[in-house]
Design a protein around this ligand. Structure first.
Ligand SMILES: [Fe+2]
Ligand SMILES: [Fe+2]
Length: 406
């Protein structure tokens, strides 16, 4: 397991007897909240968990400890390593001894079942209560203040405080991935996840070879073509759901074409070929290898190959599925995301960029560009207008915040 850090108080006789007591600790996230134990006596937080008993695996100890302390049931198949923290200090029970504790932290999920809490005497004495919190990082303050007041076990309170900070990003990333995977599963076909994994691999393979299919955007920030693909998939789904008249719309083919629409970015940089055209053979090969019928493969490849021809959007007889893909592709990077993206661009172009530089860019570029709507369908227009309104309101709010006159 990855070592996070060591807490060594060096307050012991280095030749003393070493008392080893490993422990397992759980980082449990559910619906964006994290389960922690609050000490009512010393007013700090810690993860549920405790000592690994003889004959127990860390995973078994984790399940048992979480159950005893909080009443929640860990699902063993969800246990995943996060990292370990080594603690060495003078043994409180033996002044000549060394207390050495390897703390193993695991991510895990819990099931529906709840059992009565059966805490140990010292836990009841400290008033440990399970609580669900929004943000781990915000707990570091409580632990810091508890350390200042004193009374509790300082090495434990400090250790948990530092792990809150380290685990915070990972917890959020796990939450996002879980929600995203559920959303992908809800698109209706088990094949989509595999296709996405394939497209990701193709785009990233290219990146490692030095062509930026993923990675550094032409405007020099971390722009991932694969993340764009997933976002466009979201817009394709939203557009489809929002459209009452589904005549001529081929939902499954729209989903697949969206997944593959930019896969050609992986080769077009090297060959100079337009990326939409470059994506066609990659898409064709994958779909034929996975048993898709020729007619569908041809149609999906047509969508992929034509998705860049945005000038065709106003053609009266344009295929509705192709039009939807084009609108979805346009909807990404606009609105709130457009503001974030343009802020990154301003900063990338000018290292000492100021608030004014950002405002200047929003008002002169972001908002006017948003106002030129390329949308054709009423549903596309409605989503675009919503995004335009967000960008315009935000730009005006920034002006108010930076000026004396608004
Ligand atoms: Fe594209
Ligand atoms: Fe795209």
């Amino acid at each position: 397991m990855k070592e996070l850090f060591t807490i060594d108080t060096k307050d012991y006789n280095p030749d003393g007897h070493v008392f080893v007591r490993p422990s397992a600790r759980a980082i449990i996230e559910r619906d964006g909240k994290v389960l922690v134990m609050y000490s009512q006596k010393y007013r700090y937080y810690k993860f549920p968990g405790g000592g690994i008993e003889a004959g127990e695996t860390p995973q078994q100890a984790l399940v048992r400890e979480v159950r005893e302390e909080s009443g929640y049931t860990v699902l063993p198949e969800t246990i995943e390593e996060f990292g370990s923290v080594l603690r060495r200090n003078r043994d409180a029970k033996d002044p000549d001894g060394i207390f050495e504790q390897q703390n193993y932290y695991y991510f895990c999920d819990i099931g529906e079942e709840r059992v009565p809490i059966t805490q140990e005497a010292y836990e009841i004495e400290e008033g440990f209560t399970p609580v669900w919190v929004d943000c781990l990082f915000s707990l570091t303050r409580a632990n810091r203040e508890s350390l200042r007041r004193g009374g509790g076990d300082p090495a434990l309170i400090e250790r948990e405080m530092r792990v809150f900070d380290l685990a915070d990003n990972a917890v959020r990333a796990r939450w996002f991935t879980k929600k995203e995977n559920a959303a992908i599963a809800a698109l209706g076909d088990d094949d989509y996840a595999g296709m996405l994994a394939y497209v990701k691999e193709v785009l990233e393979r290219q990146q490692t070879e030095g062509e930026s299919g993923v990675g550094v955007h032409k405007l020099e920030f971390g722009y991932s073509r694969f993340e764009h693909t997933k976002r466009v998939l979201g817009w394709s789904k939203r557009l489809y759901d929002a459209t009452p008249d589904k005549t001529g719309l081929r939902y499954e083919d729209l989903m697949i074409a969206t997944i593959f629409h930019d896969v050609g970015r992986s080769v077009s940089i090297a060959t100079g070929e337009p990326h939409a055209k470059a994506g066609v053979p990659i898409t064709r090969e994958y779909l034929l290898a996975h048993g898709y019928p020729q007619e569908r493969v041809d149609y999906i490849c047509e969508l992929v190959g034509a998705h860049s021809d945005k000038w065709r959007m106003t053609e009266p007889d344009l295929d509705r599925t192709l039009l939807m893909l084009m609108e979805a592709d346009y909807l990404d990077d606009m609105g709130a995301l457009g503001i974030v993206m343009d802020t990154l661009i301003v900063r990338a172009r000018k290292e000492d960029a100021t608030f004014y530089d950002c405002y200047n860019h929003y008002s002169r570029y972001t908002v006017p560009m948003q106002k030129e709507s390329p949308m054709v369908t009423p549903e596309g227009k409605a989503l675009w207008d919503e995004k335009t309104e967000i960008a315009e309101r935000f730009s005006k709010a920034v002006l108010r915040d930076i000026s004396l006159f608004e």
